[in-house]
Design a protein around this ligand. Structure first.
Ligand SMILES: Nc1ncnc2c1ncn2[C@@H]1O[C@H](COP(=O)(O)OP(=O)(O)OP(=O)(O)O)[C@@H](O)[C@H]1O
Ligand code: SF4
Ligand SMILES: [Mg+2]
Length: 327
């Protein structure tokens, strides 16, 4: 499988009274072509800031890209001008957010919003764009797409709006779709339908997905591979099967233990004790040490590196140092 996106040593900081807040602190991962990768971790772990950094939207949020590279098919987006990034956004990389109402323009019809993008990015004529928009709306399951073209966002349900967002996100055949908690605002039954639709269409289009979620159930249904983040860093990276069958990092173990078992016996929900430290109050050693049931003396003063093991998985924990094939 060939690599689509390669993120290396990504550091995105915020600054409060000269004090640095390392929201994303040396993140490394890759996404292959056609692959669905889930980014998981508790609130505040840096998932959204990672995705905004990839989209080149970080300056707008008040943050600063301090270091690292974001290579899309070998081209480093970090070196791109705002004009070049505008061409990439929505065209080669597109994004779906949790609440589609904030991304849709309330005063434009659905048709106007989709055709506008096609005219801008694909240089289509109004007629061509309209034809393509109708086809896209049909693809995301609207049985009367011509009618939908004339509708305004507020007239649609949350699930319908999110399907419109999928149509918009896929309108320019992007190479990568970043979906940040795309279904958390929807009813549980609708969530599954919307996710299945997104996954099916991306497979059909050959689009890779970076799915941000803190729902491990959602992750297990759609992802091929999982990146687990904690306090702005990747702590584990492996396939969904590997993670569920044998989680390596104590944090991943804790996350999996917090999923209630629905089939079979009901298990008590054992959430990870303690809280995620604030990014301006990180412990000096392993960032998980204050909550880790396996912490050793060494973990208090030393920060473990993300190491790749001989079996290809990677983990940031001293317990696996011996098995690491490289440092
Ligand atoms: N505009 C900002 N100013 C200062 N700090 C910020 C800002 N945005 C994010 N942060 C900090 O960066 C860290 C990472 O935030 P991020 O939004 O990426 O978390 P997340 O993993 O997406 O969490 P959630 O699951 O709640 O969406 C947080 O600790 C947050 O406090
Ligand atoms: S390095 Fe130590 S504290 Fe950190 S996760 Fe591993 S065992 Fe726990
Ligand atoms: Mg977020």
């Amino acid at each position: 499988m060939s690599t689509l996106l390669e993120v290396q040593n990504l550091k995105t900081y915020f600054f409060r009274k000269k004090e640095a807040i390392p929201a994303v602190d040396g993140v490394d991962f890759t996404i292959n072509k056609g692959e669905t990768v889930a980014l998981v971790g508790e609130s505040g772990s840096g998932k959204s800031i990672t995705s905004l950094s990839i989209m080149g939207l970080i300056e707008g949020s008040g943050g600063k890209l301090m270091d690292g590279s974001i290579k899309l098919e070998g081209q480093d987006l970090v070196t791109y001008s705002e004009k070049e990034l505008c061409r990439i956004r929505g065209n080669e990389v597109s994004m779906i957010f949790q609440e589609p109402m904030t991304s849709l323009n309330p005063v434009l019809t659905i048709g106007e919003q989709i055709t506008e993008i096609l005219i801008y990015h694909k240089k289509m004529s109004k007629k061509e764009a309209s034809k393509k928009a109708i086809a896209l709306l049909k693809l995301v399951g609207f049985s009367r797409p011509e009618q939908m073209m004339k509708d305004y966002p507020h007239r649609l349900s949350g699930g319908m709006r999110q399907r419109v967002m999928i149509a918009i996100a896929l309108s320019c055949d992007p190479k990568l779709l970043i979906a940040d908690e795309p279904t958390t605002a929807l009813d549980v039954t609708i969530q599954a339908q919307v996710l299945a639709l997104m996954k099916d269409l991306c497979q059909e289009f050959g689009t890779s997905i970076l799915l941000i979620t803190h729902d491990l159930g959602v992750m297990s249904e759609v992802a091929d591979r999982v990146i687990v983040m904690y306090c702005g860093q990747v702590v584990e990276n492996g396939t969904v099967e590997e993670l569920f069958e044998q989680p390596l990092h104590p944090y991943t173990e804790g996350l999996l233990d917090s999923i209630p078992v629905i089939d079979g016996a009901i298990q008590p929900l054992t959430a990870i004790k303690g809280n995620v430290p604030a990014p301006d109050q990180l412990p000096s050693g392993c960032r998980f040490a204050p909550r880790c049931p396996k912490a050793m003396d060494r973990c208090i003063g030393e920060l473990p590196k993300l190491r790749t093991l001989e079996n290809g998985r990677s983990v940031r924990c001293f317990l696996f140092e011996e098995e690491a094939s490289q440092t």
